[in-house]
Design a protein around this ligand. Structure first.
Ligand SMILES: Cc1cc2nc3c(=O)[nH]c(=O)nc-3n(C[C@H](O)[C@H](O)[C@H](O)COP(=O)(O)OP(=O)(O)OC[C@H]3O[C@@H](n4cnc5c(N)ncnc54)[C@H](O)[C@@H]3O)c2cc1C
Ligand code: SF4
Length: 656
């Protein structure tokens, strides 16, 4: 049997074993995980960025810990690194412990899209990965799985600017220490802005300016560099372009596993292949996801730490100086009624993310847990905004677009590769290039051709009327999508070519951070005071203005996303798509302003009249919900830095 065969068999067995284990647990045959009666020093809820910091610190300090996570393991279906790579450690761990393993969506085309739909998290599919919540003014995308947001995120590590941290009153953020943590437990940061790993003798510094070798840059990274250069000159504002620090293994000749916990490309034979699908799951497993961190450094090493995946926490109750956590245990046979269990510990670290943590606490408050009145307030979109420049063209010496197309190939390279950062009227902004996975290429191209037909959904009468005409309307769009009668050149284009002139912008800025979460029918709901649309906030007007300028500098047409154009009755108004939700349990100097103090300790609402600084002993929040406002940057480095600050105060130093 070749090692290739061996690894494939292991993978098949993993799935089979998970299913057998599932039945066994369902019948109560396996008692190993029936830990409700066990005594724990601490409970961690959630395995995203905050939860991972907490779990590593508790493990390093010898605490008997239960980690409760709603989702399952997700891994690559590919056989990696033959002939010498070891088998997949995450699958092996899950297999040994009878835990479910699911795989990333298949590459491209219809099957991948089907996988994607099947991986949506909702009440009927609690094992799904993508949790897309549609609130009235904003849709929020988060992940559900062991590893939290790291499973679907774009790998960007970005520091918020000091002025932004000051503005929201976030103190004691130590980015150097956080980078040390990330690189020790996940893997070295890499800059991936080139089509191939940097050849010997070429430096990134050379490529940040127009240079003879800048054809090596990914086309969209270069397009952002050149457009921001032009716009900066036009408006007289500094807009420096930089490659982003990514949690991805880049191929470097001579890499050594002993200096890189991710393994090093030479040793594990996995490295970025520019497949442009990071948010769909990396097939070569080059991304440093937190499931790998947790399995490698904690779960498979330390018997003091128990993982309970597929377990959804409902409420937390204070019992004396300890906490009782109630959760639904969905391990085992998906068709049986899952049992509800309780477990107690003197310390609880809540890290279920903005939506999860705020929902658990709103529900717990309703059930009698005394919390600050600020619970649910201060939600920030982080100024998240996406839009396209369509039809990118060559730019002449006079700065004007010429007839010839300039391809930017959004299907190639990691999802985000570079950023430009600037300050206008006292507010800070970041704009990044964003990839479009090839499996969406046909949908995007069809959507762009038929944009007006889609927008007609806003007016049902016109929409029905359009269906009677042949070249517009939904029926024509469907024909185009499935290509049945499409005689155009598009039909023969590759997915990369179909959208090679479409540049996708991702922006972040300082919004007003005034969204309010409430509980509606036992589920979290989101609104803005007086129902004022967030679309009216100054931050988004400026971002749109800058994207229009950048689009023009790329020779393309500025094109907002359909949700921002109020597609159909469902959205009815400008709706944001938010991937960096923040707040809901924000930090504040007293419980009149916040839900937790600067160390993430949860304020005790029963003492609000007598002691506004009183906290519930041993109860901490360590995730993005504590952020007191927009970061105007991708948030995980800051969330992790705040979690490190809190956890080191609560438990003791991290092993750094
Ligand atoms: C497409 C996309 C791309 C992104 N790219 C980047 C990027 O490049 N850089 C960056 O900095 N940020 C990025 N983000 C944002 C980043 O993923 C989040 O900010 C980050 O994951 C938040 O960390 P967290 O610890 O607060 O919570 P999460 O990472 O969301 O973890 C919360 C965990 O809690 C679990 N959970 C939730 N409810 C319960 C419950 N009731 N019981 C038990 N468990 C529960 C969830 O399953 C999850 O595992 C991206 C997000 C998306 C959606
Ligand atoms: S671009 Fe592709 S290969 Fe590279 S990290 Fe992303 S998904 Fe993996």
């Amino acid at each position: 049997m070749t090692s290739n065969d061996r690894i494939s068999v292991t993978r098949r067995e993993a799935v089979k074993s998970a299913a057998v284990g599932a039945v066994a647990v369902g019948l109560g045959v396996i008692s190993k995980q029936a830990h409700a009666q066990e005594a724990f020093d601490a409970i961690v809820i959630g395995t995203g960025f905050g939860g991972t910091v907490a779990t590593i610190a508790l493990s390093a300090n010898g605490k008997k810990t239960l980690v409760i996570e709603r989702g399952t393991f997700f891994v690559t279906p590919e056989t990696l690194g033959a002939p010498t790579a070891p088998s997949n450690a995450v699958i092996d761990f899950a297999k040994r412990n009878n835990m479910r393993v699911q795989f990333w969506s298949r590459p491209d085309h219809a099957l991948g899209l089907l996988d994607l739909l099947a991986n949506r998290y909702h009440d009927g599919n609690p094992y799904g990965l993508y949790n897309y919540r549609m609130f009235r003014h904003a849709h929020i995308l988060t992940a559900s799985g062991v590893g939290g947001g790291s499973l679907i995120y774009s790998n960007v590590n970005l520091r918020a600017r000091p002025a932004v941290l000051d503005h929201i009153g976030l103190k004691g953020i130590d980015y150097d220490r956080t980078q040390k943590f990330m690189e020790k437990f996940r893997g070295k940061f890499s800059e991936v802005v080139t089509k191939i790993p940097l050849p010997a003798g070429v430096t990134l510094d050379q490529l940040s300016k127009k240079a003879s070798k800048d054809y090596l840059l990914l086309d969209r990274s270069r397009a952002l560099r050149d457009a921001s250069d032009l716009v900066a000159k036009q408006i007289g504002v500094a807009m420096p372009w930089s490659p982003l620090d990514l949690s991805i293994t880049e191929y470097t000749d001579g890499d050594n596993a002993t200096t890189d916990p991710a393994g090093g490309s030479d040793t594990v034979h996995t490295f970025c292949e520019r497949q442009g699908r990071c948010m769909l799951g990396c097939l070569p497993a080059a991304r440093h996801t937190l499931n790998k961190t947790l399995v490698k450094f904690v779960f498979s090493k330390n018997s003091q730490v128990t993982l309970s995946p597929e377990s959804e926490v409902r409420t937390i109750k204070r019992v004396g100086d300890a906490y009782e956590v109630t959760y639904i245990d969905r391990r085992g046979d998906a068709n049986r009624e899952p049992p509800t269990k309780t477990v107690r510990a003197p310390q609880v670290f809540l890290a279920a993310g903005v939506l999860g943590t705020t929902e658990i606490l709103l529900r717990s408050q309703q059930a009698g847990l005394a919390l600050s009145d600020r619970l649910g307030t201060g939600f920030s979109t982080n100024g998240d905004f996406g839009a396209l420049a369509v039809g990118t063209k060559m730019i002449g010496a006079d700065g004007k677009p010429m007839a010839a197309k300039a391809s930017v190939f959004p299907t190639r390279g990691p999802i985000n590769t570079a950023d430009v950062r600037f300050e206008i009227d006292g507010r800070h902004y970041t704009i990044e290039d964003c990839g479009i996975p090839s499996m969406f290429a046909k949908i995007v191209r069809t959507g762009l051709i038929d944009r007006n037909a889609l927008l007609a959904l806003r007016n049902p009468a016109k929409f029905v009327d359009d269906q009677h005409r042949s070249s517009v309307g939904l029926l024509a769009s469907l024909k185009r999508l499935f290509g049945a009668h499409d005689s155009s050149k598009d039909r023969h284009a590759t997915e990369a070519e179909l959208i090679d002139d479409v540049f996708f912008f991702n922006a972040m800025g300082q919004d007003d951070a005034n969204g309010v979460f409430t509980l509606k029918n036992d589920k979290i709901d989101l609104n803005w005071p007086d129902d004022k649309p967030i679309a009216n906030q100054a931050c988004f007007a400026k971002i749109e203005e800058m994207m229009q300028k950048l689009s023009q500098a790329m020779g393309g047409d500025y094109t907002p996303l359909p949700t921002w154009e109020g597609l159909g009755r469902v959205f009815a108004q400008k709706t944001l798509i938010v991937t960096h939700p923040l707040g809901g349990c924000r930090i504040g100097p007293t419980m009149a302003e916040g839900v937790v103090n600067e160390f993430g300790q949860v304020y005790d609402g029963s003492k609000k009249a007598t002691d506004p600084l009183a906290v519930h002993p041993g109860f901490f929040i360590v995730d993005g919900s504590t952020m007191p406002g927009a970061l105007a940057a991708n948030p995980t480095l800051t969330i992790s830095a705040q979690a490190i600050k809190a956890i080191e105060r609560a438990v003791g130093p991290l092993p750094l």
